[in-house]
Design a protein around this ligand. Structure first.
Ligand SMILES: [Zn+2]
Length: 349
């Protein structure tokens, strides 16, 4: 009984006597957006294992920016057929890609835009991207990311800071230099890569939301570069100046409950930054290198694998920088398929 009186008193007190200042609406909308997103994520059913004994058809859609370089028709065919073969060889899954078409990136984003407005995706759309002018926030993102790793791993990725400088500051400076250098590469009109329109096309959060909501394909291959700064980034993305080579995310609609996005700009750009950081990949190795990255994604897509940092010779460890050729050469085909007990299976991406 006492509890009920107390409850009534508190309710009245709240209605009539609450003199606390109102929370700002932006803080409310942040909390609400985050809660909506987390609720959606929590309600996703657990991923099911994908049957290894049957062949899987994977629908591919090309999404292209006409002012950026793209693979030739022949290279596209080769990339898919090489990936099919390698997926069987390294992972043991039989897959077959089915190309469903090619779409201009502008029209593609226009038709996907409706998903950016869904309440459960306001959080990634509004609060994940961090403008590269917001250096204070980027420094705090770096600090958060490096807390998860020991110094040996950090030095392997970023080298040692010069004496008297903190590791966080060293990494922050590298990141800023790299992402600015990427954004200043030139498109085929001679204009800087980064502009207002492309800020969405280059944004990982926007592609992430697209992956959840895509209906007509299972994998997108796009000629843009996925390079952006976000409120959370793994260290290998920070090290590449915000570049995500490719990723796999939950999907509401297809049987795999997963969609992958594979970007190609960083392999074929002849811009200053990528030539310097990636080097020149000889023509005869371009498709082998790219198809191994694709197989890394197939590990996430088909086997529901987590991200790995320390499996020697494994295709399941993402490249630590943009030197994809070096990464490719370090892969030991005999280590695959990896022993299942070494692998961590995800319930959700
Ligand atoms: Zn990965």
């Amino acid at each position: 009984m006492k509890k009920i009186y107390l409850f009534i008193f508190i309710a009245f007190f709240n209605v009539f006597c609450n003199s606390k200042p109102e929370k700002s609406s932006s803080q409310d909308s942040y909390k609400e957006a985050k809660a909506n997103y987390l609720r959606m994520y929590k309600l996703l059913p657990d991923l099911k294992p994908i049957n290894k004994s049957k062949e899987h058809i994977i629908r591919v859609l090309y999404v292209e920016d006409p002012l950026l370089p793209s693979l030739s028709k022949e290279q596209k065919v080769n990339l898919l057929s090489e990936t099919e073969k390698l997926t069987y060889k390294l992972l043991g899954y039989r897959i077959s890609f089915k190309v469903i078409g090619k779409e201009n990136i502008k029209s593609f984003f226009n038709r996907m835009r409706v998903s950016f407005k869904k309440p459960e995706f306001r959080y990634p759309i509004l609060y994940w991207p961090v403008p590269i002018t917001n250096t204070k926030k980027i420094l705090s993102v770096v600090k958060k990311a490096i807390r998860k790793h020991d110094n040996t791993t950090l030095e392997r990725y970023f080298g040692k800071p010069s004496s008297g400088k903190s590791m966080a500051n060293h990494i922050f400076k590298l990141f800023m230099k790299r992402i600015n250098a990427i954004y200043n590469e030139k498109d085929q009109n001679g204009k800087p890569l980064f502009n207002r329109e492309r800020s969405e096309w280059f944004s990982f959060p926007h592609w992430d939301v697209i992956a959840y909501n895509l209906k007509d394909a299972d994998f997108i291959i796009t000629n843009i570069v996925l390079a952006s700064s976000e409120s959370t980034m793994p260290i290998y993305v920070i090290n590449r100046g915000g570049v995500t080579s490719a990723f796999v995310e939950n999907n509401f609609h297809n049987d795999y409950k997963a969609v992958g996005v594979f970007a190609t700009y960083q392999y074929i750009s002849k811009g200053k930054y990528f030539i310097k950081k990636r080097g020149v990949i000889p023509n005869n190795l371009l498709i082998p290198v790219m198809s191994h990255i694709f197989v890394h994604e197939m590990g996430h897509f088909l086997m529901r694998l987590d991200e790995y940092y320390n499996l020697k010779g494994s295709v399941h460890v993402a490249p630590i920088d943009l030197n994809y050729l070096k990464w490719y050469k370090s892969i030991d085909p005999s280590a695959h398929p990896m022993k299942p007990k070494e692998m961590k299976i995800l319930k959700k991406y």
